[in-house]
Design a protein around this ligand. Structure first.
Ligand SMILES: [Zn+2]
Length: 139
């Protein structure tokens, strides 16, 4: 599968990710990313709260087989309350979709988010203008 060159995330979706991460701090938040990919660009269009994700200290459990066949799911985003936005070995072992996004405490601005491909290589993120979301009840 060819690597993504850039990920575009609307500012209001990023804000929602940060808001959820702040709410759950010091636990980890975990969301699924919905979107599409064209010419190497992944456009994030929506967030989905994984209903079966259990939040524990330093561990998020998620069963990707629940979503087998849903090709609008482009990846996942979760928070690192430590503030370190590098992926852990566990993160890479449980890589799902095309992109792994990590947000780090204090969950503000452009410096608290990073995205990685399945090799653990960093993928640049572009924050784009806000879009209207279909589902506004993230939490
Ligand atoms: Zn992690």
């Amino acid at each position: 599968m060819p690597a993504a060159t850039v990920i575009r995330i609307p500012s209001n979706i990023l804000d929602a990710v940060y808001a959820g991460a702040k709410e759950l701090y010091p636990r980890e938040s975990f969301l699924l990313l919905r979107g599409n990919k064209s010419k190497g660009i992944i456009n994030i269009t929506d967030l989905i709260l994984a209903p079966f994700a259990a939040h524990e200290e330093g561990a998020v459990h998620f069963n990707p087989y629940m979503f087998a066949g849903d090709y609008t799911l482009v990846g996942t985003v979760h928070s690192h309350p430590s503030g370190n936005i590098s992926p852990s070995n566990t993160d890479l072992n449980y890589f799902f979709g095309r992109v792994l996004m990590i947000v780090g405490y204090p969950y503000e601005g452009k410096g608290c988010i990073a995205a990685y491909d399945s090799n653990g290589d960093k993928v640049p993120i572009e924050i784009t203008a806000a879009v209207e979301c279909k589902d506004e009840e993230f939490y």
